[in-house]
Design a protein around this ligand. Structure first.
Ligand SMILES: Nc1nc2c(c(=O)[nH]1)N[C@H]1C(S)=C(S)[C@@H](COP(=O)(O)OP(=O)(O)OC[C@H]3O[C@@H](n4cnc5c(=O)[nH]c(N)nc54)[C@H](O)[C@@H]3O)O[C@H]1N2
Ligand SMILES: Nc1nc2c(c(=O)[nH]1)N[C@H]1C(S)=C(S)[C@@H](COP(=O)(O)OP(=O)(O)OC[C@H]3O[C@@H](n4cnc5c(=O)[nH]c(N)nc54)[C@H](O)[C@@H]3O)O[C@H]1N2
Ligand SMILES: [Mo]
Length: 719
């Protein structure tokens, strides 16, 4: 982005034509950055909640002294596991945040780390840890003859990186380039999405049955011999068991489950299987629907039997810059992290990438017990609206001895907090691309100075953890932060050395810390800084290397026992959910990022219930009318909007909207919270306890007083 300033104030945010990744592309959320910084609702100082519920401004350092004392008391009385952290979307966008949090967590010694990823796409981690990973990476959109996209809409979501085939920037241009080369696009989605509009084959499947659909793809591909025998001989195990397991996954069965025709399923599977190169990828759709862990496993099986990975000697598109790595044509075997180490007292869950499942977070706060979470720090997230089962989540957040959130706005979560720390926003701090570099299409790096001065009352997230650690008598250091950044998960897991380091050093500046993290870079930071618009640092193309000797003989496990059981259950029957009229699916909206940006003025003021016009006709409602959307677990009001791109029988609504339970508003003022329709106990996946957050069975009924000018608590509609 290019930012214009006048007298130290942001006046415009524009795309950067000279940036080789974005090439002059920008998304509306990026262009809104200026507004987000200077919005009248922006917090410019820390707040503390008074006993009467109102908030007072307090000096940040004084707040940190209080918070440190209260945390120490909790730890003394109940141990470190009474302290929890929820880190979410905005903690990923500044390089120093997660490593400093990781270094602090290691010193505290708590295992209670939660994040948005276990209510997002952690099925991908489960699948990788159950099957193993081929380290060279997938044949992505830039080198493919075919792409199979299942429940992902990169043209709007900009979801990107090595797991997603698309880079995060300028997805439409990249798709067009690939299609001009002859790439065929297959899209599976209950909505004809912006991405599906470019598909050669669009399968408008009913949601929630992707596992059976993909099993049928495998059935066709293995039957017709459309797989890579040589690759399978060398790198997989379980091929014959998989073949037997999908023998009953006929195109007819998948057709019955998904509402597609057997012929269309066979044609799509054949197109995918007979292409030479290209992979299958998913987004949030299948990972939020039932059987998400199985679905991801079958996606990986499709890629594995086809050998859809880069081979040694091929160009490795993104070897990284700040975190350089050699990609190798070899298998990292299954790891099943959750089977050893810490177990949660709620549900007995192990960790996934060092984190516990967020579906147990509310119970971890509510259920009596010694290591009950009594103090929670929230970093860049809004758990009061994002956690499934909102009522329980808010009850839990309200029950804490100490809730601290670092957030530039007075969000629903902030209103429940004891302290709200006002952070510096993106344009007020220097940063580089270390944390994001896997999302770029090549070895891109950029360093950006702060564009405008940091307002006096705000701190960077890393400074908060630095000062907090110091006040708690467990200092963190530039070295320990760098170590946490050096971890494969960028700040999740921390080594023994970090845990025990006690040497204090003077507080660095952001610049020196960023430089410390860049010491492992393949290009000197000074050289990166010379390219103000960023650059690809690939003087010599990096090639995929041969396997290391220890990795020879490692194989991808196509059908571990637990997956076999899940597959048999999926083929045995639909993921039913009682009597219902529609299936609710998740979706992203263009101008908002989860709960962020709802109040900026340009974006819609609520999250419409998008439905097919014929479904609206059947309900005798018209655009703007209110309906109740009722699941087995809760009920909300939605304001309908006709959308012929949505399959009949499906309602598509975005998440992280709405108010706190009990607050009364017109449905068009702030929208409604779909998390109220979700259970964290029933219909959850094993291992990561992922709730059923898409393909949720709901009954839709017209409200007797359908106009939206009525004020009501949308949680308890008065029909
Ligand atoms: N503008 C904008 N961009 C965003 C976000 C945002 O809020 N706004 N959020 C960001 C975040 S946090 C994330 S995780 C990513 C997500 O990135 P994506 O996953 O690409 O986001 P969605 O638009 O929700 O796309 C999911 C698609 O899955 C479909 N779907 C739902 N259920 C099913 C199902 O059972 N089966 C199949 N096959 N499809 C299904 C939906 O119709 C939808 O089109 O986006 C990121 N980008
Ligand atoms: N029912 C249902 N629930 C869902 C989903 C769904 O599809 N359906 N999607 C799930 C997914 S994929 C995700 S990722 C989660 C999202 O859950 P969260 O990540 O918790 O939600 P966000 O709204 O992205 O929260 C980001 C917060 O960071 C704040 N923020 C903005 N800028 C900064 C900054 O510079 N520093 C700091 N510290 N904070 C900042 C914002 O004000 C906001 O409160 O929701 C999940 N929940
Ligand atoms: Mo997400």
């Amino acid at each position: 982005l290019v930012v214009d300033t006048a007298d130290g104030v942001i006046v415009a945010v524009r795309p950067d034509k000279d940036n080789p990744v974005s090439r002059g592309y920008s998304c509306p959320k990026g262009r809104a950055y200026g507004k987000m910084h200077s919005h009248p609702d922006r917090l410019l100082a820390t707040r503390r909640r008074r006993p009467d519920g109102s908030f007072e401004v307090i000096d940040c350092s004084a707040a940190i002294v209080d918070i440190a004392a209260r945390l120490q008391q909790v730890i003394e009385e109940h141990g470190p596991n009474a302290v929890g952290v929820f880190r979410a979307t905005q903690s990923y966008f500044s390089t120093l945040t997660r490593p400093s949090l990781g270094a602090w967590l290691a010193r505290v010694g708590t295992s209670k780390l939660f994040s948005s990823s276990t209510i997002d796409q952690s099925a991908k981690s489960i699948a990788t840890m159950r099957m193993g990973r081929f380290d060279s990476g997938l044949q992505d959109v830039s080198v493919s003859d075919v792409q199979l996209l299942v429940g992902i809409n990169p043209l709007v979501s900009h979801i990107g990186g090595h797991e997603f085939s698309f880079p995060i920037c300028d997805p439409l241009a990249r798709l067009r380039e690939a299609k001009a080369r002859g790439m065929k696009l297959i899209v599976v989605d209950p909505r004809r999405t912006e991405t599906a509009n470019h598909a050669d084959v669009f399968l408008q499947a009913l949601p929630g049955e992707d596992a059976v659909l993909l099993a049928a793809f495998l059935h066709v591909i293995l039957d017709e011999g459309l797989y890579d025998e040589q690759f399978c001989d060398q790198y997989v195990t379980g091929l014959e068991s998989l073949r037997a397991a999908v023998s009953t996954a006929t195109p007819e069965l998948a057709a019955e489950r998904t509402g597609l025709s057997p012929g269309d399923i066979i044609a799509a599977a054949t197109l995918f299987g007979s292409a030479q190169r290209g992979c299958a990828v998913t987004g949030t759709g299948p990972d939020m629907a039932p059987r998400s862990n199985l679905t991801e496993h079958l996606v990986n099986c499709l890629n594995a039997v086809g050998g859809r990975y880069l081979r040694s000697g091929e160009v490795s598109p993104n070897p990284g810059v700040f975190r350089p790595r050699t990609r190798r044509a070899q298998v990292t075997p299954p790891s099943r992290e959750w089977e050893s180490g810490f177990r949660s007292r709620i549900g007995g869950h192990g960790t996934i990438n060092g984190e516990l499942p967020s579906a147990i977070l509310a119970d971890e706060m509510l259920e009596p017990g010694e290591d009950r979470i009594r103090a929670l720090i929230v970093v860049g997230g809004n758990p009061a609206v994002c956690l499934p089962d909102q009522e329980r989540a808010v009850r839990a957040l309200s029950s804490l001895d100490l809730l601290v959130t670092i957030d530039p706005y007075m969000t629903e979560t902030a209103r429940l907090a004891h302290y709200v720390i006002a952070p510096a926003m993106a344009l007020e701090r220097p940063d580089h691309t270390m944390a994001m570099e896997v999302s770029f299409p090549g070895p891109f790096a950029q360093y950006a100075e702060a564009v405008v001065a940091k307002p006096p009352g705000v701190v960077e997230e890393w400074e908060f953890f630095w000062e907090l650690a110091e006040r708690m008598g467990i200092p963190i250091t530039a070295d320990s932060i760098a170590q946490a950044a050096g971890d494969a998960r960028f700040g999740s897991i921390v080594t023994e050395a970090t845990r025990t380091s006690t040497t204090t050093s003077g507080k660095p500046t952001s610049e020196t810390l960023l430089a410390r993290l860049a010491e492992s870079s393949s290009v000197p930071l000074a050289e990166i800084r010379r390219h103000r618009h960023g650059a690809f640092f690939d003087a010599r193309p990096s090639l995929v290397a041969e396997a290391v000797p220890e990795a020879i003989g490692h194989r991808l496990d196509l059908l571990p026992d637990d997956v076999a059981g899940e597959l048999a259950a999926a083929l045995g029957g639909r993921a039913e959910g009682g009597v219902h009229s529609h299936l609710l699916v998740s979706r992203r909206m263009r101008d908002v990022l989860n709960s962020l940006g709802r109040h900026l003025g340009d974006s819609p003021s609520y999250n419409p219930a998008f439905m097919h016009p014929d479904d609206l006709g059947a309900l005798q409602v018209v655009a703007g009318d209110s309906v109740t959307v009722t699941s087995r677990y809760g009920s909300i009001v939605g304001v309908v909007r006709p959308d012929p791109s949505v399959r009949r029988g499906v309602v598509s609504m975005s998440h992280c909207w709405g108010w706190l339970p009990g607050e009364s508003h017109a449905p068009t003022d702030g929208g409604s919270n779909t998390a109220r329709l979700i259970s964290t106990d029933d219909e959850v996946e094993s291992i990561n306890r992922m709730p059923r957050m898409s393909a949720v069975p709901v009954t839709i009924e017209a409200l007797s007083s359908p106009r939206n000018d009525i004020a009501l608590d949308y949680s308890a509609p008065s029909t």
